[in-house]
Design a protein around this ligand. Structure first.
Ligand code: PEP
Ligand code: MN
Length: 270
């Protein structure tokens, strides 16, 4: 039997949460941040039809995955550098900024993206975060599906402690026991983070549900909870998406999502 004195009433394992720079960032002038696009960049026709709708709707950033790695090997695809350039050029021709996910620091040098995204699986890749803190591009940091608020903000501290300011956090859902969604978007986390730091926070209800039928509602709920904007996956033929087909929103729905989200954002920030 283990003697009683080995048990303590207070947990003592693990470091005390520390993210002083993140906490000291003040809330700045408000901007509605809008990011939409395909999970994976597939071909020029796909990109062109998406860019057209996004620019007509007033979206600021087009997202698109290039260096993709699926949950299970050998689902690796999309390492098409020519297509990455096509994506960037089409976006520019429609006046859109671009967001691409970086899996490895070596990719950043060849990536023509305006904004770099650190995916959920890389949230605690501290080598990558340290290097990206020196990049002059804005960074989106997605919360890992198992990370607590403290771990998320601790990872953000790696990005901001060297003076880097243009960071956007992104809530993209947790792995839970729930079976009605793939990952469960945490609205309370969005509201809690808004009270702690002036760093903008986005909601990604595409990955945060995995179900296209509730992506619109959960995006609106995220904005109502205090998010500064959204990331949403859209596709001209959702069922045919190369990746994340179950959550891709038909392009035709996107203007409604944007319009309603902007309305709620104005209500919250007016
Ligand atoms: C993505 O944005 O396509 C993606 C892979 O997101 P996450 O890192 O949140 O899974
Ligand atoms: Mn995706």
């Amino acid at each position: 039997m283990i003697p009683q004195e080995h048990f303590q009433s207070k947990r003592t394992w693990g470091p005390e949460p520390k993210y002083p720079t993140v906490l000291s960032i003040p809330h700045k002038k408000k901007e509605f941040i809008t990011i939409a696009g395909p999970c994976s960049i597939e071909n020029d026709r796909q990109v062109e039809s998406i860019a057209q709708v996004l620019s007509q709707t007033g979206c600021k950033y087009m997202r698109g995955g290039v260096f993709r790695a699926g949950t299970y090997p050998p689902d690796e695809f999309g390492l098409d550098r020519k297509l990455m350039r096509v994506f960037f050029d089409i976006a520019k021709s429609y006046g859109l900024q671009t967001v691409m996910e970086v899996l490895d620091i070596r990719q950043t040098w060849e990536m023509p993206a305006d904004v770099l995204q650190v995916g959920a699986r890389h949230m605690q890749d501290y080598t990558l975060l340290n290097e990206l803190s020196k990049s002059n591009k804005p960074i989106i940091l997605k919360r890992n599906m198992g990370a607590t608020l403290d771990e998320f903000l601790g990872a953000a501290e790696y990005l901001v402690r060297n003076g880097k300011k243009d960071i956007m956090l992104c809530e993209r859902g947790s792995a839970t026991h729930m079976k009605h969604v793939r990952w469960d978007l945490s609205l309370s986390l969005v509201a809690a983070i808004k009270r702690m730091t002036g760093l903008p926070i986005l909601v990604d209800a595409s990955h945060g549900t995995g179900r296209r039928d509730i992506v619109l509602d959960m995006t609106l709920a995220g904005i109502a909870a205090g998010a500064d904007g959204y990331i949403v996956e859209v596709h001209p033929a959702p069922q045919k998406s190369l990746s994340d087909a179950d959550q891709a929103l038909p392009l035709g729905i996107y203007p409604e999502l944007h319009r309603k989200a902007e309305k709620i954002w104005r209500l919250k920030n007016g």
